[in-house]
Design a binder for this molecule. Structure first.
Ligand code: ADP
Ligand code: MG
Length: 704
């Protein structure tokens, strides 16, 4: 692995990017590949062979010995199978290094062990990975040496998507087609493509590896299943944007360098709200690249932590009562020639194209709020949504003062005549310059907030793929654009028609706009009055995938077939049930083998102390007795809660797999888990710290 001192040299040094292609590929081949990257189409085998050869030569120069088709099955993690470049030995016993166009374009991993939700029986195990040439290949270095990673999509023998990427690419096509139609209506004849741009801000926790090792809940489930709040939590707000500790700074430096090598634009890093919580954000990129790069980033975050004696927790809620981790998905629509469709300009009320795009998105989110909510459904996110510093499970849109005002003018008078402007911000200090405020303040409580020239979807869980929510955003926006274009293209008077349409959309979908405090309990009431769906748990959200409306939407745009949607719903139910089952079993394991024995030990020590103190002639042993009674009472509750949970977990498999089992988990197992946690957390506050068998929250979050 080469060493570089300058970031400009380091950046992208392990990526088969444009400059490498330009330098290595023959002109004609380079041109053809670029054309396909820009416009789609199929690569000829001759071209593929040349590209593969050059890619291999380059990768070998970088120290690669293997290649892999790197893909994102529905397991929630990435998958890969490494193949060495070596050929069968020749007569002289030596091998060559080879890599063909066919190997570059198509792979055939055995698909039978990946979740397919009934799409494919094990006897129909064929699955194919195909190169996504719009996302660059890269050489990853780790203990396995250098591996050439080729980003691919993963489909079944019959063409059904078995991964996250395929529907994302399909949805990008859908939004491209409809957004171009819309641009043409406004006289744009030059833009060739509209690309959804995405920047995903990644939150994570860092804890000490030795302490992590002592907690089976963290090892098996990624979150703490027991744990009392330490005397200090996040209430002092002293961690957010606070000074980054040296150990963490050194970690961040290494993460950045690894990201940069692979062309991931790690840009902004800071401490987050909870102690031990941090964030890393890249610069936005086309949605499919952003999704790939987020996977790369998550892997680097984990790998570097491990190397430096820490663990990076990507779970959405590692610690009850503290801020959870999300992944803010910033989304906008940009043309190949640099126009952002979500840029309002200085006077949004005059920007008719922007107002149409905006009201189309309001319509899209209002019509498909349930789907957008579903896109953030993830087992861990159930713990996070609606909790400390996380958006509620109700979808609404924050527009900010300026746009809300424009919208109100539109709705009440039919025409917007002015836009509110930011006033001068006076600092009151002579040596500080006064400056113009933004026209709009921020609202951190909204799940879907307009932030200047993009929307920020804040619901996604930190561990989840960002593909799902972008598939939904792209497709629902495409549908509203299509509706608008169908009507406007047929209208005799465009100016009049567009004016009426904007007013209509704004009026009809006004209920989705909410600029208030999304964390306030009154909002849930208000949302109910407005008829907005409130789907608190993943199990409640999954049915949104297979409603007739969703099936029609996705089939219309060729993003998902009904069968694909049904299979995804099935997988979601399975994932949910399995994850909760593991959590329940882990709790039982920890309670049986660690916590209850420790408490018994403590009560014995207390009892002995009572006797010893009495024997020594003291009269008052009331303190010891009180503690002994209290501890024994809680011990009894914990033990019976555990028996209850254990009994229930024995019934899990008698519920048919799928929705029924998932419901059983949510309705029976989850409350029983809470029932066990409660007395155990109380015990933790009583029992001698030296006897408590696992590191406390305080140990975990204040001592990295
Ligand atoms: P904020 O502080 O408002 O969240 P930032 O500038 O920090 O805004 O951006 C957060 C993320 O949004 C970054 O990943 C950034 O690259 C991304 N982003 C900025 N502009 C856009 C855009 N037009 N489309 C998509 N993502 C964007
Ligand atoms: Mg942000």
């Amino acid at each position: 692995m080469e060493e570089y001192t300058k970031v400009t040299e380091l950046f992208g040094c392990d990526v088969f990017n444009d400059s490498v292609m330009k330098a290595r590929l023959p002109g004609k081949v380079y041109k053809e590949l670029k054309k396909i990257m820009a416009e789609g189409g199929e690569l000829s085998m001759e071209v593929a062979d040349v590209v593969a050869h050059e890619m291999k030569e380059w990768a070998i120069d970088k120290g690669a010995t293997h290649f892999t088709h790197w893909f994102q099955p529905l397991t929630g993690v990435t998958a890969e199978k490494h193949d060495a470049f070596i050929t069968a030995p020749r007569e002289d016993g030596k091998v060559l290094m080879s890599f063909s166009g066919k190997e570059l374009i198509k792979g055939e991993p055995d698909a039978s062990s990946f979740p397919s939700g009934g799409l494919r029986a094990t006897f129909e195990a064929r699955g194919y990975t195909t190169w996504d040439c719009t996302s660059p290949a890269f050489v990853r270095h780790d203990a396995a040496g250098g591996i050439l990673c080729i980003p691919t999509a993963f489909c079944s023998y019959t063409g059904e998507a078995l991964d996250q990427k395929t529907p994302l690419l399909r949805s990008m096509e859908a939004i491209n087609t409809q957004a171009l139609r819309l641009l043409r209506l406004f006289g744009n004849t030059t833009s060739k493509r509209v690309i959804p741009s995405v920047g995903a801000e990644q939150e994570y926790f860092l804890i000490d590896k030795e302490k992590w090792r002592q907690r089976k809940d963290l090892i098996y489930t990624g979150r703490t299943l027991f744990g009392a709040m330490p005397p200090k939590g996040q209430e002092m707000d002293d961690h957010y944007l606070g000074t980054i500790r040296q150990r963490v700074s050194a970690y961040m430096k290494e993460v950045n360098e690894e990201c940069w090598r692979l062309g991931v634009t790690a840009k902004t890093q800071h401490n987050e709200v909870a102690p031990a919580q941090h964030e890393l954000a890249p610069i936005f990129a086309p949605a499919n690249i952003a999704a790939d790069q987020n996977q790369i980033m998550m892997r680097i975050l984990k790998k570097v932590a491990s190397r430096r004696g820490m663990r990076c927790l990507l779970h959405e809620k590692p610690f009850a009562g503290l801020n959870g981790s999300g992944k803010h998905n910033n989304w906008s629509l940009t043309t190949d020639d640099g126009i952002n469709l979500l840029e309002p300009g200085k006077t949004p009320h005059e920007n008719i194209q922007f107002l149409l795009v905006l009201t189309c998105i309001l319509r899209a989110v209002d019509l498909h709020a349930d789907l957008l909510r579903e896109a953030a459904a993830d087992v861990g996110n159930d713990q996070r949504l609606g909790g400390q510093e996380a958006p509620p499970a109700v979808i609404s849109v924050f527009l900010g003062e300026q746009l809300e005002d424009v919208l109100e003018q539109l709705i009440s008078t039919g025409t917007a005549t002015h836009s509110k402007h930011g006033e001068k911000l006076e600092t009151g200090v002579k040596t500080l310059p006064d400056f113009m405020k933004d026209a709009t303040d921020r609202n951190r409580t909204s799940p879907f907030a307009f932030t200047g020239n993009k929307f920020e979807f804040r619901m996604v869980g930190s561990n989840d793929s960002i593909s799902t929510c972008n598939v939904v955003l792209n497709t629902i926006a495409a549908e509203s654009f299509r509706d608008a274009c169908d009507r406007l293209e047929a209208a005799p008077d465009f100016a009049m028609a567009v004016h009426d349409l904007i007013k209509e959309y704004a009026t009809e979908h006004q209920r989705i706009v909410f600029n208030g405090n999304g964390y306030a309990p009154e909002w849930a009431e208000e949302a109910k009055r407005r008829g907005l769906p409130n789907l608190p748990s993943m199990v409640d959200a999954i049915p949104a995938l297979t409603t007739d409306r969703a099936v029609k939407l996705f089939e219309d745009f060729g993003v998902f077939t009904r069968a694909e949607l049904e299979s995804r719903a099935e997988i979601q139910y399975e994932v949910y049930a399995k994850a909760i089952n593991i959590e329940a079993k882990t709790m039982i394991d920890m309670a049986t083998k660690q916590i209850i024995p420790a408490v018994i030990h403590y009560t014995t020590v207390l009892a002995n102390s009572v006797n010893a103190v009495k024997a020594a002639g003291a009269i008052d042993v009331s303190v010891q007795m009180d503690l002994l009674k209290k501890t024994s009472r809680l011990l009894k509750s914990a033990n019976s809660a555990m028996s209850k949970l254990a009994k229930l977990t024995e019934q899990v498999n008698s519920n048919p797999e799928g929705r029924e089992r998932a419901l059983f988990m949510r309705e029976k197992i989850v409350p029983a888990m809470e029932g066990l946690r409660e007395p155990v957390d109380e015990l933790e506050m009583l029992v001698d710290k030296d006897m408590w068998p696992i590191p406390s929250y305080g140990d975990l979050i204040f001592d990295v």
